[in-house]
Design a protein around this ligand. Sequence first.
Ligand code: HEC
Length: 221
Amino acid sequence: MSNKSASVWTSIRFWRRSAAWVTATAVVLLMWLTFDTVKQISMGSDEDLKKGIRKRIPAPTVINYHIDYKFSKKRGHEVPVIGQKEPFFGKEWSPKEAAALLHKGKLTFQAKACIDCHTALGNGAYYAPDLTKAWLDPKWNNGTMTAMIGKKTKEEAMAEFLMHPDKYPTHGRMMPNLHITKDEAIALVAFLKHMSSIDTNGFPRNFSINAKRLKGGTNAH
Ligand code: HEC
């Protein structure tokens, strides 16, 4: 039948076998990657937070903690660092309350179409600043916004800004008044605070607390 002296590259049997092996290896690899991804993106629990176990996506109760953004030499970019407990809108939120608040924040974020102008976790537009790490933006920490808005805490200042952004323009472009209620604003701030605690491998890359400090604190997203 087949000519024994012919090169292996012309053998149909060889190519069939190769195709089967490549397909089988790819299936195994993709299955492994799928399980690994699911592990990486599943949300941590309140217990993890209490025990100091760090998950890429912390539990909603992370809103009860101070969140920092620190440069990791090993990884070559900044990573969220969850610190001590701090009150959020004057209280500590139970796991149930925190989850409900984040849910409301997410629904409001969708209903008000924030990503028509902003980007969150890679989705959205670049008309306005990327919101993925907005909670960690130095201008909300260094007193600029709290002083301008006249509130003591970062969360109160941010909520007030979201309710009346037209009163506090900080950029050439102004955010319009979206008629956000107080409850919605609190939920949105919780949503933003939780989002900032997610380990996004340093993305967005152009958001760097260090870079901003060097440039003199401008919000160069
Ligand atoms: C029509 C476009 C538009 C929409 C829709 C919009 N924003 Fe904005 N937003 C802007 C602009 C422009 C700025 C920058 C204005 C400024 O800083 O004064 C801004 C600024 C912000 C800031 C401050 C940025 C920072 O880095 O601290 C936050 C927080 C924010 N928006 C949240 C939201 C949320 C939450 C929503 C949805 C409820 C939303 N925005 C919807 C245009 C928009």
